[in-house]
Design a protein around this ligand. Structure first.
Ligand code: GLU
Length: 504
């Protein structure tokens, strides 16, 4: 048996990080089992359909390297109005992969269910249903269809009049759902609603479409979010009615914030595009997501796993039942580990777009500038947790700084006068030092501190403030080199003038 799994997003908004974690489990399982990972678009809820959402799904998965083996092909994507259809087209033998192109299949199955007595036509008006719900709520009952049309004589509702098709759920007995994560769950049929399968506009509901597609696409394992678990008995009943084999269910736990609430905007970034824009590396994010609700082994301490290791070790049966906690701090830590593992060249490639977006580096980047940037990279490498932080760490190396307030220029336990003299001496020293390189500066500046009777930290603190406008910056000498002699001297002079006004 070839393992076939799928991600079946509804294109209604941005790709959420929780959904991506579900994709990661599907993808790792497919790769581990040498199976197929299928991308199917569930767009039957036309009122909530957003075409841009398709692009955000495709781009997000591609960026993370979660490639799909089958999915919408060129024609389908062109029909969906996608600008760059060829870029995302994959296709496959089980198409179409966009549900709105499969309506005839759902209709045929719904009619077959009616013919076999597993479903019935219902022409209750929306008004009647609304009133029914209101009455049930008033009686504090769970709203459920009262099966009014189920008992009409066969043929009472003509296929030509407006109607929906509903599942005829057995009135007694139980439906059992087997789930890899949750174990067996037993549902009383009497509690299951006679679910609408086909709407009056001819569109299927999610419940019908998902079952028909998973069957026709020969999906073997359904790995999806826990929120769909309550719907599963309806699906199992449909499989039984149609005489189809049920796939293996695996409902993966919710992703919560550290406060125990469902992960949302309040906690931080939630869409994959935001994580990308903040400078998380795809491999780091994949590593982090894989460990949200899954662990490779009891007492396993290792947390950094390459893509290959994750594939080799992933085990669907070890997915945790308890909700997973999403810690941004941990993700930042992990991202830092991945950042530090990159070579200077590779990290430069990653950082370049962030510098360019902030307008600090021209696009395209001239060769000479590249050489300079390659020297800056090691200065920040240890400090970065996200790539976008590079802008704040290094902006003073690229553009003019705001005038530094006088009180910042007075060294620790120093008078304004002493500070002014110290800065003057630093400026003289740096004006003539050759070459103007970080390594050449350290010894002379330390010697100068000693000569002035200062601790190195006292002197370096005011140089840092004067030249970067910050209390904390990357290593001082490398930073001075990156700023460049002319700018350093000008900033020191400006600082001296500021201090001089205090002394007047
Ligand atoms: N279209 C559903 C969603 O957006 C898919 C649920 C499923 O995987 O069965 O989550």
């Amino acid at each position: 048996m070839t393992v076939r799994v799928r991600f079946a997003p509804s294109p209604t908004g941005k790709l959420h990080i929780g959904s991506v974690r579900t994709v990661v489990f599907n993808w790792l399982f497919a790769r581990k089992m040498s199976g197929r990972f299928i991308l199917r678009i569930e767009d039957t809820d036309r009122t909530r359909y957003h075409p841009e959402s398709l692009v955000s799904i495709f781009d997000g998965l591609r960026w993370l390297g979660l490639d799909w083996d089958e999915g919408p092909g060129l024609e389908e994507l062109q029909k969906a109005g996608l600008q760059d259809a060829a870029r995302y087209a994959v296709g496959g033998p089980y198409g179409p992969y966009i549900q709105s192109n499969r309506l005839h299949l759902y209709r045929a199955v719904a009619e077959e269910l009616v013919a076999q007595g597993w479903a019935y036509r219902c022409h209750c008006t929306p008004e009647r249903l609304a009133q029914l719900r209101a009455e049930q709520r008033a009686r504090k009952e769970t709203p459920m269809y009262d099966r009014h049309c189920r008992n009409l004589p066969p043929g009472a509702i003509s296929p030509d009049e407006p109607h929906v098709i509903r599942l005829k759920v057995p009135l007694t007995g139980q439906t059992v759902v087997h789930d890899v994560v949750r174990g067996d769950a037993v549902f009383e049929n009497a509690q299951i609603d006679d679910q609408v399968l086909l709407k009056s506009d001819g569109f299927p509901t999610y419940h019908l479409a998902v079952v028909v597609d998973d069957h026709l696409m020969e999906i073997t394992h359904i790995i999806r979010a826990d929120e769909w678990f309550p719907s599963t008995p309806k699906h199992v009943l449909l499989y039984q009615a149609l005489g189809w084999e049920t796939p293996v269910y695996c409902h993966v736990p919710l992703v919560l914030g550290t406060d125990g609430k469902k992960l949302s905007k309040r906690h931080g970034a939630t869409s994959i595009a935001e994580f990308r824009a903040q400078g998380y590396l795809p491999d780091a994010l994949l590593n982090f997501l894989a460990l949200l609700g899954w662990a490779p082994g009891e007492g396993e301490e290792q947390e950094i796993f390459s893509r290959e290791e994750l594939i080799a070790r992933f085990d669907l049966f070890r997915v945790n039942r308890a909700p997973a906690t999403f810690s941004y701090d941990k993700l930042d830590w992990m991202n830092g580990v991945y950042i530090r593992s990159l070579s200077a060249e590779a990290l430069l490639e990653r950082l370049l777009p962030f510098w360019q977006q902030a307008g600090l580096v021209p696009d395209p980047c001239p060769e000479g500038e590249r050489t300079r940037l390659l020297k800056i990279v090691p200065l920040v490498r240890e400090r970065l947790r996200r790539l976008n932080e590079v802008v704040e760490w290094t902006d003073f190396m690229f553009r003019e700084i705001e005038p530094v307030p006088a009180e910042r220029l007075i060294g620790d336990k120093m008078t304004p006068q002493e500070s002014l003299i110290a800065l003057q001496r630093v400026r003289e020293l740096l004006a003539s030092i050759e070459p103007f390189e970080g390594e050449a500066m350290e010894q002379p500046l330390r010697a100068l501190a000693q000569e002035l009777g200062l601790k190195a930290g006292q002197l370096f603190g005011i140089i840092r403030w004067a030249t970067s406008g910050k209390q904390v910056s990357p290593p001082l000498f490398g930073s001075l080199e990156a700023i460049g002699r002319e700018r350093v001297l000008a900033r020191l002079e400006a600082a001296e003038q500021t201090l001089a006004t205090l002394l007047r």
